[in-house]
Design a protein around this ligand. Structure first.
Ligand SMILES: Cc1cc2nc3c(=O)[nH]c(=O)nc-3n(C[C@H](O)[C@H](O)[C@H](O)COP(=O)(O)OP(=O)(O)OC[C@H]3O[C@@H](n4cnc5c(N)ncnc54)[C@H](O)[C@@H]3O)c2cc1C
Length: 391
């Protein structure tokens, strides 16, 4: 690719080389590995360790703390390529992307020293908890409350659908300070160790074939030291969005990777499956929807690259809009690519052997999380188009 075209599409030679290298790692493991791990109730520890060893997990974290010194652009390439090989690592969306970013941007020196090297080399993992049973899409309504008691903080509340709490050393919990109990959300972020007294979890029975489990959490008077607070308690939404924009970009990468994986299976199948004179891929009713899925995934990737470039350039506001749009586009492209891929395989699309049917549920995750399709349409209606609000 010429440098001019590479620059225009934000795909530099370094990025292309990274893509290729990660794809090679992904192919070493592949879908069969992840399916086996999920079936056995385990975790993709070997892949996680290999990816960390190669510097991929901490590629966005600062070099002085053991990271690669890159940005979300590089981290999203890693997740997309692992996904395209059939073995995405969901915890990348939360551990290095949200938690690593928030700690590197707003953490104290001690917090950086304590967490970043471990997040970068994969020996430590951090989950992220904002969603609450009675707040859901309306994060302004969260009630998890942090009360000061001497130098300590005491946290009380409930969270739901929090991924990977069982394997994470700690969870970055979004709460609000007690005196900010009404009005707009003034979020505060706390590092809650997995075994903190009063911090309990129960697994949610999800219809997802995935290694990462989702949990309902109870925080019952969880006592934390002063340095559990990350950033400033009065900083408001800025710190939170510093983590949520990477989350949206990474969810886009997750969705694009999954869509590419499904589409590749369908294309292979359509080239060889023959029930008339020609392979089924010669029929335009089969070929065109696959071509359309490919185009939609490519378009979503362009938006993801734009969002990542804006974010890495320090434009949090611009990145916010682009990250929302990228997540929307990628989620929709993924759902449609998976749906069409399953259909292309006919009956085989629903067999365990071909392994595509389970992606129907998995692909829906990117439509609902971390922010639903409708909430992004609301955001664009109000923030971008200036339309009035109904709620
Ligand atoms: C697999 C998985 C993993 C997850 N991991 C995490 C995690 O690690 N950490 C975490 O904090 N959360 C996590 N979540 C939670 C996820 O972010 C939420 O499910 C999501 O934000 C939606 O919230 P909700 O499920 O309460 O839906 P609700 O808010 O109840 O929404 C239900 C439906 O109503 C629609 N709706 C709501 N309000 C409006 C409105 N104003 N206008 C139009 N439509 C509206 C929504 O779009 C949706 O379709 C995870 C979820 C899943 C499924």
């Amino acid at each position: 690719m010429s440098p001019a075209i590479a620059a225009a599409t934000a795909e530099t030679q370094e990025h292309q080389a990274l893509r290729k290298a990660v794809a090679a790692l992904g192919q070493k493991y592949g879908r069969a590995y992840l399916s086996r791990v999920a079936r056995e109730g385990g975790h993709p520890d070997e892949l996680w360790a290999d990816a960390a060893e190669l510097g991929y997990l901490g590629v966005n974290l600062p070099e002085e703390y053991g990271g690669g010194g890159g940005g979300i652009a590089e981290l999203s390439i890693v997740l997309e390529e692992l996904g395209a090989a059939g073995c995405p690592l969901l915890m990348m969306v939360v551990s290095p992307a949200i938690c690593g970013t928030v700690i590197s941007r707003f953490g104290t020196e001690a917090q950086k020293q304590a967490w970043l090297p471990g997040l970068a080399d994969g020996t430590r993992t951090m989950a992220f908890g904002i969603t609450e049973p009675d707040a859901g899409s309306n994060s302004h309504r969260i009630t998890t409350t942090a009360r000061r008691d001497g130098d300590d903080w005491v946290l009380t509340g409930r969270k739901v659908f929090i991924s990977g709490v069982d394997i994470a050393d700690a969870t970055l919990i979004v709460g609000r300070t007690e005196d900010a109990g009404s009005g707009r959300l003034k979020p505060c972020l706390f590092i809650v160790p997995r075994e903190a007294p009063g911090f309990t979890r129960s697994v949610i029975d999800m219809e997802l074939q995935a290694a990462e489990k989702q949990f309902e959490l109870v925080l019952d008077e969880v006592r934390l030291p002063a340095d559990a607070l990350v950033g400033d308690e009065d900083a408001g939404l800025l710190q939170l969005f510093a983590g949520l924009n990477p989350e949206r970009i990474m969810t886009a990468a997750f969705a694009i990777g999954m869509g590419r994986y499904a589409l590749a299976q369908a294309v292979d199948y359509a080239k060889t499956r023959q029930v008339w004179k020609e392979p089924i891929g010669a029929h335009q009713a089969v070929a065109h929807p696959l071509a359309q899925a490919h185009i939609e995934l490519e378009l979503a990737r362009l938006m993801m690259q734009k969002a990542a470039a804006l974010y890495d350039a320090g434009d949090d506001m611009g990145a916010g809009e682009a990250a929302n749009m990228a997540k929307y586009a990628a989620g929709e492209a993924c759902v449609r690519a998976v749906d069409q891929s399953v259909h292309t395989l006919g009956g085989n699309g629903l067999t365990r052997e071909y392994g595509l049917a389970s992606l129907i549920t998995a692909s829906r995750v990117a439509r609902i999380a971390p922010v639903s399709r409708e909430m992004i349409l609301n955001f664009v209606s109000h923030q971008t188009l200036g339309l009035p609000k109904s709620y």
